[in-house]
Structures are given as C-alpha cells and as structure tokens.
Design a protein around this ligand. Structure first.
Ligand code: AMP
Length: 190
C-alpha cells in the first residue's frame, strides 16, 4: 500500500500534482480543503464552523480535520493507497495520522514537499482566485496570512518526517508536466 503525503505551502500545486499521481499510481485523493469546502457548500454545522477560520486564512481546529480523515480511513480498508493533500498541517495532525495508519498497519510511505518561491505562490493563488472563485485566494492579506500560518504551524512537520527518513524535497518551480515528472520519478523509487 502506498500512502503519500503531499506537502507544501498554499499555491505549491498540491492539488494539481495529486491528479497526476492518482492516475499513475491508482490512489485515492484525500484533500481536507476540498472536504471542508463541500461541508461549507452543504451548510452543515461543521462547514459553518470551518468557514470562520478558512475565510481569514487560519487553520481549522485539529479535532475537526483529524475526525474527518479518521472516519474515511476507518471505513475503507480495501484501498490501494491514499494521497493526503493539505493534511497533515500540524505536528499533532501528523502524529494522529500515524496512529490511525498504524492501526491499519499501512504507514505513510513518504512525504513529498513541493518547494516554490513566495512571489510565485502569491501569483499562482491570485490567478486561481480569478477562476475558482475561492475567496481565500482573492485577497493578498489572506494569502499572506496563509503563508505565515504554513511557516509557523505546518513547516515543523518537515522535521517529524525527516526523523523517520520519509522526507523528499521536490523542486516545485517550472511547468506542471516537469514537476509531475520529478515527483513521480521520486515516488517510483519507494
Ligand atoms: P487548501 O484547500 O488545502 O488550501 O485549504 C484551504 C483552507 O482549509 C486552509 O487555509 C485551512 O483554513 C483549511 N484546511 C484545509 N486542510 C486543513 C488541515 N489539514 N488543517 C487545518 N485546516 C485545514
């Protein structure tokens, strides 16, 4: 079983690259951002709570996202593997993911960090904001906040996976195809 964590700042291209990996390695895509946006669209109580954080560019509480991932992993034990996109985003989430996966005896295979320069991130997000309609992609101060939250809360996860020899750095600059090739070549070495 292949369990891949796609890691990187907002705008690094995690969702785009996840699409390539799903196709190539036949994995299931788990994006906590997509799951939360679905809850918001359906106006569920969880969605309403999450929206208040997402609109400002803050992280949704760990308990909410861990609960969502847990319920999926506990109910689908037949999958060939997963791509975790946008999860984990805190060390507490990374530890919780290990506990859930260890129960299923299917540990994380590798964590792939897409590295992209900050100016490029902001440009990509503003461009996406025009086409996707995502409000958190349309305001530079919210984008700046999300990048700051990534540096403070999410970056420390790198050390967590480094200690387990599961950290892989991928150059996230260049064309979508170039990045996809780098990424799948590295995944294929696992
Ligand atoms: P994304 O689509 O991954 O860029 O996520 C959009 C927003 O959803 C983030 O800015 C957070 O507010 C929230 N979010 C998504 N995944 C997580 C997570 N794993 N932990 C906390 N908040 C999350």
């Amino acid at each position: 079983m292949l369990n891949l964590v796609l890691f990187g700042p907002p705008g690094a291209g995690k969702g785009t690259q996840a699409d390539f990996l799903i196709e190539k390695f036949k994995l299931i895509h788990l994006s906590t951002g997509d799951m939360l946006r679905k809850q918001i669209a359906e106006e569920t109580p969880l969605g309403l709570e999450a929206k208040s954080y997402m609109d400002k560019g803050f992280l949704v509480p760990d308990s909410i996202v861990i609960g969502m991932i847990k319920s999926i992993l506990q109910n689908d034990k037949e999958a060939k593997g997963y791509i975790f996109d946008g999860f984990p985003r805190t060390v507490a989430q990374a530890k919780a993911l290990d506990v859930i996966l260890n129960e299923n005896e299917t540990p994380v295979s590798g964590m792939f960090c897409l590295c992209v320069e900050k100016d490029e991130l902001v440009n990509r997000l503003l461009f996406r904001g025009k086409t996707s309609g995502r409000t958190d992609d349309q305001d530079v101060s919210i984008i700046e906040n999300r990048i700051q939250v990534y540096n403070e809360k999410t970056m420390p996860i790198k050390d967590y996976y480094l200690e387990q020899n599961k950290y892989y750095m991928i150059d996230g600059m260049g064309s979508v195809e170039e990045i996809a090739e780098r990424l799948s070549n590295t995944v294929a070495t696992l």
